[in-house]
Design a protein around this ligand. Sequence first.
Ligand code: AMP
Ligand code: ZN
Length: 478
Amino acid sequence: MALKFHNTLTGQIDEFVSILPGKVSLYTCGPTVYNYPHIGNWAAYIYWDVLVRILKANNYDVTRVMNITDVGHLVSDADDGEDKLEKGARREGKTAWEVAKFYTEVFIDGMHRLGLIMPNEITKATEFVTEQIELVRKLEAKGVTYQIDDGIYFDTSKFPSYADFAHLDLDALKAGARVEANLQKRNPSDFALWKFTPAGEKRDMEWEMDGRMGFPGWHIECSAMALSILGKTIDIHTGGIDHIPVHHTNEIAQSETANGVRFSNYWLHNNFIKVNGTKISKSLDNGYTLDDLQAKGFSMLDFRMLLLQGHYRSEGNFTFDILQSAKNRLKNWRNVAALRHQVHDTLENSNQKASDDKSVPAYAVSQAIIEAINDDLGTPQALTLIDETFSKIANAKIANINRSALLQLLETIDSTLGLQLLETTPDVSDDIKKTILERNQARIQKDWKKSDSLRDQLAKQNIVIRDTDQTSIWEYKI
Ligand code: AMP
Ligand code: ZN
């Protein structure tokens, strides 16, 4: 089945066709590095990790750029309020540069902790200021900008399809324009390409343009970085649903005006995660960080499992109870993964077994998982398929487990969902194997005392024995 995504540009599920066969250019709007990312922020990057994984599973060579917004993202998301970086600097008594460096490192460390596939390039907005100024110049030359006291603005009335992407009602926007909004703006939707440092002030981060100091607008950063590395038209652009009406609408307006071609063929947006059914907010202090989850005994993979249980386009909910059930599900899956170490060599992989109807899992399951994810990142459906298959495996006679099909299935799950089932389920040591054999022997001889004491000894080493009709299976305790 073909790869399909919900494309915000068309408002429907579209089959994915790349510009160049076998290649995908992908731009992900990255974090603003002024604070610790919370689980809602991370949700977005975990979903886009699955996107990268499924593109790779479909044999695409993916070139991905993700930016780091280290300047110019104002508190209001529009063009007023303080720069989030400068605000962070005041809060911490540091310079904006120090704040940016610190939280960029926190973010990249978090990406590693979560096992996210690293983008080919992680670009900092502050390292692309020349490209941003060039893009502003290009727009000026096209006559779509104007200068007012606090900066250079894009005149959105010069881009006739401005309202289309987010289905904006520009008349309502005009009527509802806030009284205190910048009166010099020609249209309420006009946005700053470049802002001037206010007279008499000095910012930590500022650059010279036309003899005045200033800094780029948040939107021009993404357009300039995508354009300089990936080209005028890219295959896929991702972000959160909050980006649709302002940030991405503005990226499209300025990129398409500058280049005269479509900016991105597919636009994917993730929905938001709530915590205990409530919006994540500073005042509620419910924006948990990765460290908060770890402090409560949860792993990064437990958190990934929680997110995969939901669909990226549906509003998600996080509670510690849901995280606990995701953890339990992962634990059960690991014990199925560990069965690969316990399938008897004499029976494994024989042709007779592979074609036997009792043999589990079927080779076709791996393909079915890929197809579920191909269908607009259908991770909940993929997880249901895995549950069904794993429960068949867990209930099967060990002799009916097809080791090579199980290995293929685990590899598919790990490569598409990043759950690291193979990596986290090592075989037990030779000593433990010996103890298990001794215990089996004691059971055969009905020496219950010895069998129980060996069972206790194994439990101390985090191994639990599950006795079935034919054999004893070991499992990880935690
Ligand atoms: P920021 O660093 O504030 O620019 O946000 C980084 C990303 O996190 C953006 O793409 C947002 O769309 C996304 N985001 C913020 N809050 C949430 C949330 N509660 N759930 C999912 N994504 C979120
Ligand atoms: Zn962006």
